[in-house]
Ligand binder design. Structure first.
Ligand code: PPS
Length: 286
């Protein structure tokens, strides 16, 4: 199903992992108040947060994160294997991941106390990371030229839908949800402080040496070498490792190496227009 795209409520999803049934099931998912749900638009730091949550649950011990793939320990709710996996899973609390927008998943979460960690990243870096990922992912359409890709990002027509709708949808509902918003930039600039904040939110306080172990095992260099997270377990037909690397650069501001000044101006003006109804405070994008 590598060449199949599922269109669900107007949003495109890769068909090798999503079916109409799996997407429909996600919308009716019965959340438990103890669940931890990592929510993100792709390329925002999802894998990093999956790793942080796993390490916190294990008080910094990397055994689980070095022996179980991230998609098994924190499965994507909307992907076809999730339901079966959860039937046999004994992990408590359950850790789930989703890229779905709030417009789709909100009803299932209504009055739920599940802990939601929303991860966002500077959209210019999201776009650049996603562009490079398209080149290696055989389950995504051809990336095309960078200007074409940029236009699709701004139009919200890429797989997984609009970045703008995603962030506005989730963050505007934060008060009604048990939601912690964490940015990729915070993780990058203060990993120790961010892990501390996430562990408090999860009510899993850590001793200082446990926190330091978490920091060590979820650094970019540790994660890049961990095959349970770096996606090298995925065969070349699906993810062509000769064309790129999932753990690519892991930095803030790589967009500056791709955007022309004109593209940047255009991005900023679309951003301003589309985010005018957003309650989040954005400093100038780094
Ligand atoms: S996905 O496909 O949606 O699950 O991708 P996602 O995990 O959200 O994002 C992948 C990008 O996150 C970077 N990454 C990290 N950066 C810094 N430190 C750590 N530990 C880390 N782990 C993952 C990864 O390199 C991708 O970003 P780019 O800019 O492409 O390098």
């Amino acid at each position: 199903r590598l060449d199949v795209t599922e269109i669900f409520h107007g949003i495109l999803f890769p068909g090798h992992l999503h079916t109409q049934d799996s997407l429909q099931l996600a919308l009716k998912f019965l959340f438990q108040d103890t669940d931890v749900l990592i929510v993100s638009y792709p390329k925002s730091g999802t894998t990093w947060m999956q790793e942080i949550v796993t390490l916190i649950s294990n008080r910094g011990d990397p055994h689980q994160s070095q022996t179980i793939p991230n998609w098994t320990r924190a499965p994507w709710l909307e992907q076809y294997y999730c339901a079966d996996l959860l039937k046999t899973s004994t992990s408590a609390p359950r850790v789930l991941t989703t890229h779905l927008p709030h417009s789709l998943l909100g009803p299932a979460l209504q009055s739920s106390k599940a802990r939601i960690i929303y991860v966002s990243r500077n959209p210019k870096d999201v776009l650049v990371s996603f562009y490079h990922f398209h080149k290696m992912a055989n389950f995504l359409p051809d990336a095309g030229s960078f200007p074409e890709f940029l236009k699709q990002f701004l139009d919200g027509t890429l797989h997984f839908g609009s970045w703008f709708d995603h962030i506005k949808g989730w963050t505007s509902q934060a008060a009604a949800l048990n939601l912690l918003h964490v940015t990729y930039e915070e993780m990058s600039l203060d990993l120790h402080g961010t892990i501390n904040r996430v562990s408090s939110f999860l009510q899993r306080p850590l001793l200082e040496h446990e926190l330091n172990d978490c920091v060590k095992h979820c650094s970019f260099s540790s994660m890049k070498d961990n095959k349970m997270i770096n996606y090298t377990l995925i065969p070349d037909e699906i993810l062509d490792h000769s064309k790129g690397c999932f753990m690519r650069k892991g930095v803030i501001g790589d967009w500056k190496n791709m955007f022309t000044e004109e593209q940047n101006r255009n991005f900023d003006s679309v951003f301003k227009f589309k985010m005018q109804d957003c309650t989040l405070k954005f400093e100038a994008l780094p």
